[in-house]
Design a binder for this molecule. Structure first.
Ligand code: KG4
Ligand code: ZN
Length: 325
């Protein structure tokens, strides 16, 4: 069995996965959403302190499995440095005391492997990763072969939902709040600009759209909020669809997947399904509970890395806040 730790942002999570069956044996996550909500976003130092409290509590419950552990996996990149360090410190201590190796896992690979938890799928696939920190299109061939083919020039997709929610004082995380509010709104009431619509680039940008929402919300009343949320969501998702359409002209999809916290957005899932239909492409999605950050996805990558002896010596383990894949 492999014990995996995730602390890259505001979720403290530990999982235990069976090596042979690749099945999840134990999984717990303590989210800090409530604590950060009053600030409208994640406060790194607060997140770090909360991880220091939560991770040892969860670990207590894992003690019965200690004898069966063959490795400890931990997210080392990318993420907030002060929070990554909390998980890495715990992982190192466990490796030393149990005399087992460490597997350093990239958080983005974790999101891609969330597709394999309690589900069957296969590579190759084109992945849209949409989270609080990332908006990327990735061509995935295998565990080791992942190529990022498009990314954001500024804010990420999830982050734009968080910022719009903050503008309307609706709390953090903004994604689910805005998605729900949008259901009651008229998405055609406000004409929001479609980012980079005249640009030939296959890239994303959310800062202009965010500012357009800010201008509209300055004049708006509370009863206008559902229409603002719906109009914003239409443009935010429309931008993804427009750029994917352009990308598909030269790279028609056969197998597509959406991962990351924002892949839980049902409006987005629906629009992607429609986009894929003419191509007859297969769509893979993670279980809703494994879309946002969790240790089960880190453990699932670690199983593949374990089989390939991809261990990191303890004195070489380092956190890399800004690394990509
Ligand atoms: O993957 P994740 O848990 O953490 C990161 O790695 O960033 O993603 C969290 C992000 C937040 O920005 C949150 O607002 C966004 O995902 N999110 C959503 C939805 N659910 C979560 N964005 C849009 N619609 C949603 N339903
Ligand atoms: Zn994430």
């Amino acid at each position: 069995m492999i014990l995996a730790i995730e602390s890259s942002c505001d979720d403290s999570s530990i999982s235990i996965t069976d090596i042979k069956t690749k099945k999840l044996v134990y999984h717990k996550k303590i989210s800090q959403e409530l604590e950060h909500s009053v600030y409208g976003g994640v406060v790194p130092e607060l997140a770090s302190r909360l991880h220091a409290e939560a991770l040892p509590k969860i670990l207590q419950e894992c003690k019965p499995y200690f004898k069966e552990l063959k490795a400890i996996a931990v997210t080392t990149a990318p993420g907030l440095n002060v929070t990554l360090v909390e998980g890495v410190t715990m992982a190192k201590a466990l490796c030393l005391s149990l005399n087992i190796p460490l597997i350093a896992v990239n958080h983005l690979k974790g999101h891609i492997y969330s597709l394999f938890i309690e589900k069957e799928t296969s590579f190759p696939m084109t992945v849209l990763l949409v989270s609080g920190g990332h908006t990327q299109v990735i061509e995935v061939t295998s565990l080791e072969e992942m190529e990022m083919v498009a990314t954001t020039m500024d804010d990420s997709f999830g982050e734009s939902f968080d910022k719009v929610s903050k503008m309307m004082e609706l709390g953090y995380p903004g994604g689910p709040v805005i998605e729900n509010l949008a259901k009651e709104g008229d998405e055609d009431r406000y004409a929001m600009p479609l980012p980079l619509s005249q640009s030939p680039l296959i890239a994303f940008s959310y800062s202009g759209l965010k500012n357009a929402v800010r201008l509209v919300s300055l004049e708006a009343k509370k009863e206008d909020h559902p229409d603002i949320a719906a109009s914003f969501q239409k443009a935010a998702v429309g931008h993804l669809i427009q750029k994917l359409k352009k990308y598909f002209k030269t790279n028609p999809p056969k197998h597509f997947a959406i991962v990351g916290g924002a892949s839980a957005n049902l409006y987005l899932r629906d629009k992607i399904e429609t986009l894929l239909k003419p191509f007859g492409a297969r769509l893979s999605l993670a279980e809703l509970k494994y879309c946002s950050d969790n240790a089960a996805m880190i453990g699932r990558v670690a199983i593949e890395m374990f089989e390939k002896d991809m261990f990191t010596p303890l004195d070489e383990v380092k956190t890399e806040p800004r690394t990509s894949l």
